[in-house]
Every structure is written in structure tokens, then in C-alpha cells.
Design a protein around this ligand. Sequence first.
Ligand code: IPE
Ligand code: MG
Length: 214
Amino acid sequence: MDGNGRWAKKRMMPRAFGHKRGVEAVREITRAARGMGLEALTLYAFSSENWKRPADEIADLMGLLRTFIRNDLDEFVANNVRLRIIGEYQALAPDIVELIEDAMARTAHNTGTTLAIALNYGSQQEIARAAAKAAAKGAITPEAIEAELDTASLPPLDLLIRTSGEVRLSNFLLWQAAYAEMWFTDVLWPDFSPAHLQEALDQFGARERRFGGR
Ligand code: IPE
Ligand code: MG
């Protein structure tokens, strides 16, 4: 979900305003994903590298995360949305960890769309952790690593979308992206609408996936 800062800058507003509008987009896109019957939607909200940002911006993002979970949990419960977190969220502030764990517990048995939020997430770190766990149990095979990834309870990644014109993965779902389709758009995240999501899905549906076969 990239482009909040540039969206705000274009409007001569502080970055925090862009992040706030970014949360609105999250809300709308989550509802749309549910409406479209998507099995899972994974959002990259805070990377393990985002700690390099100024403390006040990190505080803004954490504040938005708190209010998002507090305000939207009832909607997830009411709409059969299962909330999952990927990444080392245990390193976040204790009150956020508590909010997250409560939200996951309250939605654990939901069977509709899974909303996975990546928090303090870095894919290289995830793969290293998974490999270490696999090694502790036996042979390090692709299957054994995959079973230990944070995404083990999620369906395979089909489509990866990056907003804001950047064409890189930035340590997101590197393993999972092996055969995922990629969709890059110049749209800044706060402007990313259900219509854009539909456009990405339509293009995804038109692609031929061979997974190395022919
Ligand atoms: C949001 O956009 C990403 C988050 C860390 C939440 P950015 O803050 O990276 O926005 P740009 O790249 O400066 O436009
Ligand atoms: Mg950015």
C-alpha cells in the first residue's frame, strides 16, 4: 500500500493526512474484497524496514493501527471476516499486541474473507525463521519451509498488487510470489478504489498461468 506520503504532498498536507486517507482505502478495499468473494487479502501495512522512519511518523502509523482495529473489529465479526497477522507483530507496543490477539481470537472461526495484515513484516526474515523451524524439525525442503511461513494458514498467493508506480517487491511475500501474477499501478494508495481492484482482477483473469508447464 504505497503512496500515502505523495498523495498528501500533492495536496500540501502532512504525511499523516495521507496515512489517514490510506486507512479509508483499506476499509473500502476490504469491503470490496468481501463483496467480490475473495478468499484472502493481504495488506502490507508496516514493514520491518519502516522502523527507519522518523519516530513521529511511526507513532502516527501505530495510532492509526490502534483505531483501525478498535473501530473495525465489530464489522469483521459481523461479516464473517477472519483477521490474521503476518510478521513479527509481537514486537509492537504491548497494547497493540493485545488488541491484535483479541481481534484474531474473536474472528478465528470466521469462514468468509481472510484479511491478513503484514505488521513488522519482512519476507527475508520470515523465510529465515521458517527455515530455522524446519531445520529444528528435520530436513529443510521447500515444503517444510512453506509449512512454517507466516502465511501457512493462507491460500497460495495469486495476484500481487503494488500501487504508486514503484516496480519492486520491497521484501513482501518473496517466497509466496514465486508464481504469483504481478500488477503494478501508478495510482497512489489513498486513491486505490474497488474499481481499480476489479480492473486488476479482470486482467488477472485474462492471464494464462502455466506454473512452469506449457
Ligand atoms: C504508505 O505510503 C506506506 C506505509 C508505510 C504505511 P508511504 O508512506 O510509503 O508513501 P510515499 O511512498 O512516501 O508516497
Ligand atoms: Mg513509500
